[in-house]
Write a protein of this length. Structure first.
Length: 203
């Protein structure tokens, strides 16, 4: 039997100092990433139950009528509430944009410039949305007639706002508040039928 024992390399290759250096740097970076990850995760767990909430606080149908030419005119007042229930960090909101629609037809866009909500407080935005006259095709005309008869009309409200709040000195948590709901009104007195779905908290 022939032994196939090969002679071990006796010549030790010296590791280049640069390789050591790179290895140490990589290790430090890896540890730093893990530590930052843990801190952000804990911060998130602590703060997450208090994510900012965007919701419709109140609304009113000020005008809903159509003329003989078949043009629908409407005006709606919407009070949007931005709440920061966090007691430790104030929240910044940006990219706030909502679309108000009627049967899929866009009526208006509600926007807000970036703003801050301090700790444990909230801010109301008061929108008075006046539509351009909406031409009614036969389908829409029928929907309007049925709504008038039932004294019940629904508008769509959909959009989002981007909230951001600082977690210590390390960074910030970003969070999108989404809203997608129907605003229901009694036409005769214009009163709003509150819906818990008109809140970014509703899931
Ligand atoms: C947060 O606000 C609520 C209601 O406004 C108040 O009762 C509570 O004491 C506040 N908490 C802090 C820590 O300020
Ligand atoms: C508006 O009318 C509806 C239905 O007739 C009624 O249920 C509601 O209480 C009224 N709201 C106000 C503020 O009068």
């Amino acid at each position: 039997m022939k032994s196939t024992y090969s002679e071990p390399h006796m010549r030790r290759r010296k590791t280049h100092p640069l390789i050591w250096f790179a290895a140490i740097i990589c290790t430090i970076i890896a540890i730093a990433v893990i530590v930052v990850g843990i801190v952000v995760f804990i911060g998130y767990l602590v703060l997450h139950p208090r994510v900012p909430v965007m919701s419709v606080m109140d609304a009113h149908l000020d005008l809903f009528q159509y003329d003989l030419a078949g043009l629908l005119e409407t005006q709606i007042t919407i009070i949007l509430n931005m709440k920061n229930g966090n007691q430790r960090a104030h929240a910044s909101f940006s990219d706030t944009s909502l679309i108000l629609s009627f049967d899929g037809v866009e009526i208006a866009k509600l926007v807000a410039l970036p703003f801050d909500v301090s700790k444990n407080s909230s801010l109301n935005f008061h929108y008075v949305v006046q539509s351009n006259p909406i031409p009614l095709d036969p389908n829409l005309q029928e929907l309007v007639d049925v709504s008038l008869k039932k004294d019940d009309v629904k508008f769509g409200l959909k959009g989002s706002s981007r909230a951001r709040w600082r977690v210590g000195p390390l960074g910030s948590v970003k969070f999108w508040c989404h809203l997608d709901c129907q605003l229901r009104f009694h036409i005769l007195n214009g009163s709003y039928v509150p819906s818990s779905r008109c809140s970014s908290k509703a899931k």
